[in-house]
Design a protein. Structure first.
Length: 430
């Protein structure tokens, strides 16, 4: 088994894992901010701005269809930008991917609505959303894998969770911006121009994140360290032919976490907004608190995984998510306090499970395939577990009842437990 600790004779052994962790957190925060800005807007804005010809429920479902396009595009983006890196280098790849992400996100801020462009506005929104996914797939820099391989003995779980902190941080910033705008502006102004500001901010954050990450990944020191750890791209076709089983297993190992991800972040906002059971601003506040709970859960997952193993941690949390799924209809269909409890408990479970999801998807790959395998497996996990979660959860719940949210979460937990049973290699690598 490969050592996780750099050789003491390595000239690059003085690269601190903490420096890598900062780069990972900055990069993931900017990416998740972009995606959550879009996810929140899909509930609060897009049904009125791009789908005003439909009732609120149908407009939200159509917005969630477009929401899924980025996740469909992510594997394509990974394959495309891996080829770019092999030809022109890591710096060109990362710069072009993050500028594409910023352009597609900021482009939405300038996009006229259906009242001005008609169906063309929906087409342009779909194209920009697809480009977001291409860019996010291309923004993989290998730093999370480098961070895991640089972890001291017995600390792999702790270091694996650090990069995952970007998700709740990005979510909290996005929710906070929308809370400020939604509470400060009349509804007409918010729908006309106020909602556009978070998309402008996304571009600025991407520029800052780009320079922060380039300071790491294109320097001679880090380039040599990445090469020493075999974190270089391989062909996607070669990867699938040689490591297709590991891609499949890795994606399903983390499925309980990915299935819960948007059921907790995006879906409750849509359900409450459509049924008007409590003020939207109150829900955004609760979700910001939930994000903070998620951070605590992610940090705790690192401590837990280093004591009982990543495989046991993921299995335990899959069982807890399965139990939680049984209470979902009662909580989400109950009083505002019960709906808040659904969100807050869900974030606690999400943090604990998602904190180890990154390590789960890369545990089995041989060194040659680790870089591309980590990116593609995460893409597949997002596509299977999260891409259609808001659409499926809202559509089935609205037409057939909230029990279908339970079925959705339970299926993810079952898939994770089944994959863990097959994935003995993870237990060895813990």
């Amino acid at each position: 088994m490969e050592s996780n600790v750099p050789d003491g004779n390595d000239d690059h052994a003085n690269v601190a894992p903490g420096d890598i962790a900062v780069g990972v957190i900055i990069g993931r925060t900017s990416e998740y901010f972009d995606f959550f800005v879009y996810g929140i807007a899909s509930v609060l804005v897009f049904p009125s701005v791009f789908f005003p010809f439909e009732e609120r429920l149908q407009g939200t479902l159509l917005a969630f269809v477009v929401f899924s396009f980025a996740f469909i595009a992510r594997p394509l983006g990974s394959a495309l930008f891996m080829a770019i890196q092999r030809r022109w280098g890591r710096g060109v790849k990362l710069t072009s991917a993050l500028f594409l992400l910023g352009f597609s996100t900021a482009g939405m801020a300038f996009l006229p609505g259906y009242a001005t462009l008609g169906f063309t506005a929906i087409v342009l929104l779909s194209v920009l959303r697809f480009l977001q996914g291409i860019a996010l797939g291309g923004s993989w820099d290998g730093l999370p894998s480098l961070l895991a391989l640089s972890a001291p003995p017995g600390r792999r779980g702790w270091y694996a969770m650090l990069g995952q902190l970007g998700a709740p941080i990005g979510f909290m910033v996005a929710s906070g911006l929308f809370l400020f705008l939604h509470s400060s502006l009349p509804l007409a102004d918010f729908l006309e121009w106020g909602w556009r500001y978070p998309f402008y901010v996304a571009f600025a954050i991407n520029v800052v994140a780009l320079f922060a990450r380039l300071q790491l990944v294109v320097t001679d020191e880090y380039t040599k360290l990445l090469e020493d750890r075999a974190l270089e791209p391989t062909g996607t076709i070669e990867l699938v032919r040689s490591q297709g089983y590991n891609v499949f297993i890795g994606a399903f190992v983390a499925l309980a976490s990915y299935a819960l991800f948007h059921v907790i972040t995006v879906f409750p906002l849509s359900w409450i907004a459509i049924h008007a059971t409590q003020p939207i601003n109150d829900v955004l506040v609760v979700q910001i608190v939930g994000g903070a709970i998620g951070i605590v859960g992610i940090v705790t997952s690192g401590w837990l995984a280093d004591r009982i193993g990543r495989r046991n941690t993921l299995g335990l949390l899959a069982c807890l998510i399965a139990v939680f799924s049984g209470f979902a209809p009662m909580l989400l269909g109950g009083t505002p306090a019960m709906q808040d409890a659904f969100i807050l408990i869900g974030f606690a479970l999400l943090g604990l499970s998602y904190g180890q999801a990154a390590g789960a998807v890369t545990a089995n790959f041989a060194a040659k395939f680790r870089y591309t395998g980590a990116a593609l497996t995460a893409d597949v996990a997002w596509l299977i577990g999260a891409a259609f979660a808001p659409l499926v959860a809202l559509g089935l719940s609205a037409h057939f009842g909230l029990a279908y949210v339970s079925i959705y979460l339970l299926s993810g937990a079952i898939c994770t437990l089944a994959a863990l049973r097959l994935n003995r290699a993870m237990e060895v690598r813990d």
